[in-house]
Design a protein around this ligand. Structure first.
Ligand code: ADP
Ligand code: ZN
Length: 529
């Protein structure tokens, strides 16, 4: 009845204030909480930092019994439980990191009804004794966190998640709430189907982070470019710089320190104490820059991160979105800046070719990379592209580099033909394959030692590309790779044709290209143009 709804709403709001110390719900939180408190199933899609936890924690506190939370993030459980206990919530967890005594203690608390929330690793539910334990207590709800782990074609697939569909059979009256931050429309449908959430209400929060300004620039001298960004737009600001390798994390951090910027490294190769210290300094201090591999950030909740910079290309749009999403949780203007270049494409294709797993797995990795490249090379609004990836429509945002400084495009058909025919000639006339550097030297007519060594100045294509400079040619290669008109292979990143290349060479396909910007795009609010 409407009276009950009012009571539910009041009770939820009281818990929000009394336990968590907040005075209002965010986005769709209120609706979700009321629905679950009322016993309904829910599928929640909300971006990282959107506030998913409260969506099950509050119903668990309002409803009778223990809320059972299934999460694959075993490493975070202790912290989550500690944080809840500090708020006076009776929380516990069961996972493989505990010894038998610890486990027994939590089991006893559960059975005695002394818990509000119990966190479980999914593999626990494979064990019949866990199911029996659950049967002995009273359960208020099941929360299935990181629900995309059930998607078989996703990169986080966990076989144990498939069994979660049976929870409903054993406990038909207990509401279930599945939550995820990474859901494209296909994964979304797959989650509902695999978890048997046919009658669940779907709640989709906006993935837009309007205060984040997205910018993607061609990489030339990455460390210099980064320094310019930090000095010019973010002096004294806290931020995260992501690099792909531990070595480049170390080098970049040292470079920033040499240039007077307060920076520390963070990667899995550092000892645990240094890591913990650098992380807690980042959380505690104002204006520290952490240079890190993607190992950094899981569970980091710092509101005033003013920028996230990527010195290497993320492997997927999901990864990019999640990492950039760590900026600006306080809602204030923040920058997501990515420098990417030809070498990134070559390196990532190489990693995909050399990766373990079957052809299907490699095909998936390649599709993720292609989506990321398309976002980099788009001439349209970055935000429109990003949100479209998550199945959300939007209008040009006015707060990304392509909106602020619309890129010019040019007809790259002839340039593409020159480049592709150079690749063809090397193969046909010399039976050779080379990487982008040598091909560009040939096009530019440069008599380098390597050109002379291979007698490449005798090729008919030698010097036919002098109308463009080196960085423009690198842009051509990069964009042809992104458009699938050229491919890289092998350890040396040699360039080869694709099936689609023939249409370009035969003049049956035009190749529009994005111009390389002359100067880096600067933030509108910095007051420079
Ligand atoms: P997610 O799991 O979606 O990434 P969290 O549940 O960890 O996000 O929430 C992110 C941050 O936002 C946390 O610090 C949380 O306490 C805070 N938060 C969530 N809901 C609210 C709210 N209604 N008011 C204020 N802060 C909130
Ligand atoms: Zn835009």
């Amino acid at each position: 009845s409407p009276g009950d709804d009012h009571q539910t709403a009041d009770e939820a709001l009281r818990v929000l204030g009394r336990v968590f110390g907040y005075d209002s719900f965010r986005g769709p939180q209120r609706e979700i909480i009321e629905h679950v408190v009322g016993g309904g199933d829910a599928l929640v899609l909300m971006p990282t930092g959107g506030g998913k936890s409260l969506c099950y924690q509050i119903p668990a506190l309002v409803r009778q019994g223990v809320g059972v939370v299934i999460s694959p993030l075993i490493a975070l459980m202790q912290d989550q439980v500690d944080a809840l206990r500090a708020l006076g919530v009776r929380a516990g967890f069961l996972n493989s990191t505990q010894d038998l005594d610890e486990r027994r203690l939590v089991e006893a608390e559960f059975a005695a009804g002394e818990l509000d929330l119990l966190y479980l690793a999914p593999e626990r539910l494979r064990v019949e004794s866990t199911l029996q334990l659950l049967q002995r207590g009273s359960i208020s709800l099941f929360a299935i966190d990181e629900a995309h782990c059930v998607a078989q074609w996703g990169h986080d697939f966990r076989p144990d998640y498939l069994q979660l569909s049976t929870l409903h059979e054993r406990w038909p009256d207990v509401p279930r709430i599945a939550l995820t931050a990474t859901a494209t429309p296909t994964t979304h449908a797959e989650i509902a189907a695999r978890l048997n959430l046919n009658d669940a209400r779907h709640f989709v929060a906006s993935f837009d982070r309007p205060n984040i300004q997205y910018r993607i620039v061609p990489k030339s001298e990455p460390k210099r470019q980064l320094l310019e960004l930090l000095r010019g737009e973010h002096p004294g600001d806290a931020g995260i710089v992501y690099c792909l390798s531990r070595a480049s994390v170390e080098k970049t951090a040292a470079f920033l320190v040499e240039n007077g910027i307060d920076a520390v490294p963070y990667h899995a190769g550092l000892d645990a104490r240094t890591r913990a210290e650098n992380q807690s300094r980042f959380l505690r201090e104002d204006g520290l820059v952490v240079v890190a591999t993607i190992a950094f950030g899981m569970g980091i909740d710092k509101p005033d991160v003013r920028f996230v910079a990527h010195l290497d290309l993320p492997k997927s749009v999901e990864g990019y979105y999640q990492e950039t999403g760590r900026a600006g949780r306080d809602g204030l203007p923040s920058t997501a800046w990515l420098a990417y270049g030809l070498q990134d494409v070559v390196q990532q294709r190489k990693m995909i070719d050399g990766s373990e797993g079957d052809a299907e797995h490699r095909r998936r990795l390649a599709a993720h990379l292609d989506a990321m490249l398309a976002l980099c090379e788009t001439v349209e609004c970055r935000r429109v592209g990003l949100l479209a990836y998550f199945g959300q429509e939007s209008a040009p945002c006015g707060n990304c580099d392509t909106c602020l400084t619309p890129p010019k495009s040019w007809d790259g058909t002839i340039a593409a033909q020159k480049l592709l025919s150079t690749v063809v000639r090397l193969k046909r006339e010399r039976n050779q394959k080379f990487g982008a550097g040598q091909i560009i030297d040939i096009l530019l007519g440069r008599k380098t030692a390597k050109v002379i060594q291979f007698d490449h100045d005798a090729l008919s294509v030698f010097g036919i590309g002098a109308e463009l400079n080196e960085s423009q040619w690198r842009g051509v290669v990069r964009q042809l790779l992104a458009q699938g008109l050229l491919a890289v292979e092998g350890d040396y990143g040699t360039l080869v044709l694709t099936d689609a290349s023939a249409d370009v060479l035969g003049g049956r396909r035009e190749v529009p290209l994005r111009s390389e910007p002359e100067r880096p795009v600067r933030a509108a609010r910095a007051g420079t143009s």
